[in-house]
Write a protein that binds this ligand. Structure first.
Ligand SMILES: Cc1ncc(COP(=O)(O)O)c(C=O)c1O
Length: 397
């Protein structure tokens, strides 16, 4: 018997693109080791706690032994009904909880699995660039071919659907879009969503709209649901999550709503790979959905103050950026003479500020860095103070 052998990984793992944030992670660890006080604006994970009423609902439900068994695959009817109630109240969209709502283990899980239901090897998946990295990786895992749609400032960070070559449109099975957008902070209007519906129905492409940030918006602005646009339900679904809406990233609770056939396909994959979400968590989710307006009334002013503080500090330091109307991200132009990676390194080594290089989200993110508003005002004041002292010298290439 051989003592050991090389354990070869599957090609789908070996072929994954290199982890672009690895270098930043390494430098961050090095700076911390040297005793530097690091202000981490790299992570998109709410720092505020889950609202007490949701934690309390969980506490009550966890004591009920009926929640201890395998959950239903589709998700508890009670939770799906709460989703439908919320969609109706928030967006004026009617959903049938029995066919048009599916509970997810966080929206990432659904996004990662949906290509397995609709993409055969060689099929094309259209995905935004820059964009949430899971769209690309999930496509690759299904044997699909990602085709990236650049999100450019001159197009208000909307993809230009008219520039997609006809052969790509013909081979495309899925289109991922995401508004309010991570990482650019852009928001969609009805006209853009209307164009998406028209494009998708013409080319018979399933639209997967990622609506993770619809509730994180400022100055009373209310982002749209894709499903509010006429014809949307015929062509697609919307992924949603309680992660950002109610500071519940650790709970892993999301859902997908919309086209019943798409939901059925994704559900079929899920019944074979997972066994649903702990029912005590779904009951807490009912509490969250039924009361999220009140909780958001407390959460959003906090992000808005942080946004205003950091935008002003960055502008005072000579940096160019738009004030986002939604999401907790700032998408900042890199000053002339730097790449995204070089500028991120400079921010870290000279100011101890962690930002995410834009090219980590795709090629078209080059020239930008992303900063997140998920740290408290004291830390942002500290970042502002350090930015004031920074000099943006061109670096040697
Ligand atoms: C655009 C976008 N979609 C989806 C997710 C996944 O969120 P969750 O799985 O926590 O619902 C994230 C998380 O950062 C995100 O930024």
């Amino acid at each position: 018997m051989k003592e050991s052998f090389k354990i070869a990984k599957a090609k789908r793992i070996e072929e994954l693109p290199p982890y672009l944030f690895a270098e930043i992670d390494r430098k961050k660890a090095e700076m911390k080791k040297r005793g530097m006080d690091v202000v981490d604006l790299g992570i998109g994970d709410p720092d505020l706690p889950t609202p007490a009423r949701i934690v309390e609902a969980m506490r009550r439900s966890i004591g009920d032994p009926s929640t201890h068994r395998y959950p239903s695959y589709q998700g508890m009817l009670e939770f799906r009904q709460a989703v439908a109630r919320w969609y109706n109240r928030r967006f004026g969209v009617d959903l049938d909880p029995s066919k048009e709502v599916l509970t997810l283990i966080g929206s990432k899980e659904g996004i990662a699995h949906v290509p397995l239901a609709f993409v055969d090897p060689g099929d094309v998946v259209l995905a935004p660039d820059p964009g949430y990295p899971v769209y690309r990786v999930a496509t690759l895992f299904a044997g699909g071919v990602p085709y990236f749609l650049p999100l450019l400032r001159e197009n208000r960070f909307f993809p230009d659907l008219s520039r997609i070559p006809p052969d790509i449109c013909q081979k495309a099975k899925l289109l991922f879009i995401n508004y309010p957008n991570n990482p650019t902070g852009a928001v969609a209007d009805e006209r853009f969503f209307g164009k998406v519906v028209e494009f998708a129905s013409k080319h018979e492409i399933v639209v997967c709209h990622d609506g993770a940030y619809t509730e994180i918006a400022y100055e009373g602005y209310r982002p749209l649901s894709f499903l509010q646009v006429p014809g949307a339900k015929a062509v697609g679904v919307e992924f949603h999550s309680l992660s950002k809406t109610c500071n519940m990233t650790g709970w892993r609770l999301g859902f997908v709503v919309g086209n019943g056939e798409v939901i059925e396909g994704l559900g079929k994959i899920k019944t074979n790979v997972d066994s649903g979400v702990f029912e005590a968590i779904q009951r807490a989710g009912v509490e969250a959905l039924d009361h999220c307006e009140e909780e958001l009334g407390k959460i959003l002013p906090v992000y808005q103050r942080r946004r205003d503080l950091l935008v002003e500090a960055l502008r005072n330091a000579g940096l160019r950026l738009e004030k986002p109307m939604a999401t907790f991200y700032l998408w900042i132009d890199v000053p002339t003479g730097y790449t995204s990676t070089q500028f991120t390194t400079l921010l870290l080594t000279e100011a101890g500020i962690v930002a995410t290089p834009g090219n980590g989200f795709g090629e078209s993110g080059e020239g930008y860095v992303r900063m997140s508003l998920t740290v408290n005002e004291d830390r942002l004041q500290e970042a502002a103070r350090r930015l004031k002292e920074m000099k943006f010298r061109p670096v040697q290439k």
